[in-house]
Design a binder for this molecule. Sequence first.
Ligand code: NAD
Length: 456
Amino acid sequence: MSSERLVPHNPATGQPLDPVDCTTPEGVREVVARARSAQRAWAATAADARATQIRAVAKAIGDHADALARSISDEMGKPIREARSEARSIAARVESFVRAADQALADEDGVENGIRVRVRWRPLGVVGVIAPWNYPVATPSNLLLSALLTGNAAVFKPSEYTPHTGALLHRLYAETLPEGLVGLVQGAGAVGAALVASDVDMIAFTGSIATGQAIMREAAATMKRLVLELGGKDPMLVLPGADLQAAARHAADEALRNAGQVCVSVERIIVHADVAGEFTRRVAELVRAVKPGDPRDESTTFGPMASARQRDLVLAQLADARSHGATFVIEGQAQGPGYYLTPSVVTDLKPEMTLVKDETFGPVVAIQVARDVDEAVEMANDTRYGLGASVWGAPGPELDAVADRIEAGMVGVNRGLSTAAGGPWVGWKMSGLGYTRSVTGMRHFLQPQSQARRAE
Ligand code: NAD
């Protein structure tokens, strides 16, 4: 460990938490080397035996859901009930990961021109897992489970905002699995960069586009495999024929969940002019009922933002929108102690506003009005992002056709995506490179190898 230390802060109070030592560059290399030694035996372990051990990890995470939830709340301000369900979600989804890995690992055989080709799917080796702070248990676990079930070792770097949660989560993996198989390194961007530059074979990263680009540049030197899950500017289209109350509920819930700090969420709403007034009135009514509270209180649904930096970024976007003529139906206020920012509902948005162009990642219901369906689709696609989206309207082929025109990796039709299972977790355009979940997502953690023989 180095003399450098991380000092996370409790976002509800602004008070510092216990410091955590950063891993030195030498320490990063050692952790990676230990993971590499442990990986050989793990890759040679039968897939069903690996799955049994991974199920035990998921159970351990569920058994420690209360401790993990307290740590998540203290480090990034998530309301305790949501934090607990985040920790419990791993056990609920482990079976779908096991099934997908099982299918992804299956050999494929074919015969052509007298040659039999067998495609074997082989683990890559050691996967560096670099995670953000907004879902500090669920997000790294998605990447760790994928890496481990496919026979890889992993080295995990939690966000510098959630190092204690990261350490606790790591302990649950490390205590259940063979020694050294899952390593931990702690620190901010420099430690992440050291992990990318180290002897790992792949980086599985979730975070911002800017960091994803830095990782891609660094990884080019050794042609490391990459899965990059990046930011979004998820549009929600509300069209005539939509159940406006259900749409308003979805808009308020998903724009404000986790104080708006969710990657697949509602970042902007594009509402058809015919229903814009009624929809906006209903959303505003729901948002007015949202009251900020102490994240450790079981009844709290809306907590502080995770950091002063994140709050200030959102405040800057709101100030920019104001200066370009936006209308504030509800104006959010920064409140202390801690990094609270109450929700905003903003309309009359223009394409040049940062609130429209850039990811906000904060508690803002941002509403744009479109003259017709074509304009709504155009506005939805007029972005460098392409993570999630949803379309709301009268169910049927016309609405399905609108969904088909949206340039996003995940599109909900009259619903969000939060519980959709089985499909890939995937971004389009600059929202990601490669993807996870599903059989094809699992294959990003594997190297295909063609073995050719004369057919008998
Ligand atoms: P971030 O990019 O600032 O940091 C993410 C991680 O990368 C941290 O652990 C950080 O220490 C590390 N890092 C920073 N610089 C690095 C470098 N040069 N090399 C290697 N690692 C480096 O992102 P954040 O603020 O922690 O998280 C918020 C972002 O994450 C948002 O953009 C959000 O949309 C995105 N996100 C995406 C998904 C998804 O599934 N697509 C899920 C959750 C969050």
